[in-house]
Design a protein around this ligand. Structure first.
Ligand code: COS
Length: 384
């Protein structure tokens, strides 16, 4: 086989891994998805399931108790779990998002203290960057941290934070030097959920991903020691941006999984559903929809895997590719889930069938970890 043909072949171990995760997702996760959505309940049982199978260890290097298997395997898992239940996949995604600042920039002491307990699934993190008035422009944040003896005191309110009330610790971004010319004078801190002054504020009622709590963590004079600073003081904006460059791959994988789940469901439905004396997949109007849905998923997967391979090769400049994968896959997820509802007709519009949930879950992938307009900005800047 030519080197190029070899390059474009997914190795057997990845295919086997995909099959294993798919089996767990179909047998154990999919049957719970409708109930999780209906009750808006955090699925503690499925978190235990993911932990038991070492799935929550996928984001981590082996020296910190992780599988050490890299970005592609992690994102295949996110994709397969999202195909069954996007809320459950978010538990794995946030395990990565909330620990990436520590993995990429944290001290050895912070890594040893926090990562192994996240790899086992005992602890779960949160990433607290956005605020009520600072979403696409996190540099405009109001949360502040001031030095207090050897440590720091943090004051502010964050917004849209995944895992609110569940997380054992929050990676919080705060302005430490309001006069700074560069990098916005922001610093990243680890704040454990049991520190005095921390509280759980408003929780949101959401369109989708209802099994994952989202809301406002409040930091009211929270004291943290100097050891809880992640990376260098004043370098927090770069910590956040580099983290998002990596974690956006997870959003792409989640979106792709939702899209593939909707495509597979619509294709199976169209084989069974009969109208005018024939299965509806005998009609070209349906065939063309299914063909476009499948093609969009396949194209998204190529882009995502290409981006994951760059991370696994150790390439540093991955921001453009992760933005492209997130942008493309999330737009595909939205288009494909709307079409899946159309294939099912009236049945697509009711809660007895999963595609309306998939459409509601898909929408956030165009918004969180940077709106798709921000992704276009990141891509365009890389071309300038
Ligand atoms: N990696 C490392 N450093 C980066 C970076 C990246 N991807 N992007 C920017 N930086 C650095 C810059 O080099 C610059 O450093 P200096 O000041 O030392 O020169 C600094 O960060 C500020 O960069 P810039 O001026 O480009 O920042 P902007 O405020 O213009 O923001 C965007 C750039 C729009 C890309 C950024 O604000 C963004 O990603 N917004 C979306 C945020 C988001 O995804 N929110 C969701 C939160 S999680 S649900």
């Amino acid at each position: 086989m030519s080197a190029l043909a070899e390059l474009y072949k997914i190795p057997e171990e990845y295919l086997d891994f995909r099959a294993t995760i798919r089996q767990i997702a179909e047998e154990r996760i999919a049957p719970r998805a409708a109930e999780i959505d209906e009750k808006a309940e955090y699925p503690h049982d499925l978190r235990e399931l993911l932990a038991e199978h070492d799935i929550l260890a996928l984001p981590f290097e082996s020296e910190y108790g992780g599988t050490g298997t890299g970005a592609l395997m992690l994102n295949i898992a996110i994709e397969e779990i999202s195909r069954a239940c996007a809320s459950t996949a978010l538990m794995l995604m946030v395990q990565e998002l909330g620990t990436l600042p520590i993995r990429l920039f944290g001290s050895e002491e912070l890594k040893q203290r926090l990562l192994p307990r996240c790899a086992t699934g005992e602890w779960s993190p949160a990433f607290a960057l956005s605020e009520p008035d600072a979403g696409s422009d996190p540099g405009g944040m109001l949360t502040k941290a001031r030095r207090d003896g050897e440590g720091w005191v943090i004051d502010g309110t964050k917004n849209w934070i995944t895992n609110l009330g569940i997380a054992d610790f929050y990676v919080v971004f705060a302005v430490t030097d309001p006069e700074a010319k560069h990098s916005r004078g922001i610093t990243a801190f680890v704040v454990e959920a049991d520190r005095p002054g921390f509280s759980v504020g408003k929780l949101e009622h959401k369109l989708g991903i209802r099994g994952s709590p989202t809301g406002q963590p409040i930091f009211d004079g929270v004291r943290v020691p100097a050891e809880n600073v992640v990376g260098e003081v004043g370098e927090g904006f770069k910590v956040a941006m580099t983290t998002l460059d990596h974690s956006r791959l997870g959003v792409a994988a989640q979106a792709l999984g939702i899209a593939q789940g909707a495509t597979d469901y619509a294709a199976a439905y169209a084989r069974e559903r009969r109208q005018f004396g024939r299965p509806i997949n005998a009609f070209q109007g349906i065939q063309f929809k299914l063909a476009d849905m499948e093609t969009q998923c396949a194209a998204g997967r190529e882009l995502l895997y290409q981006a994951c391979a760059k991370v696994d090769r150790g390439e540093r400049d991955i921001g453009k590719y992760s933005a492209m994968a997130k942008l493309f896959c999330s737009d595909v997820a939205m288009q494909v889930t709307v079409e899946a509802i159309q294939v099912l007709g009236g049945y697509g519009y009711v809660k007895e069938y999963p595609v309306e949930r998939m459409m509601r879950d898909a929408k956030i992938t165009q918004i969180y970890e940077g709106t798709n307009e921000i992704q276009r900005l990141v891509i365009a800047r890389s071309m300038a």
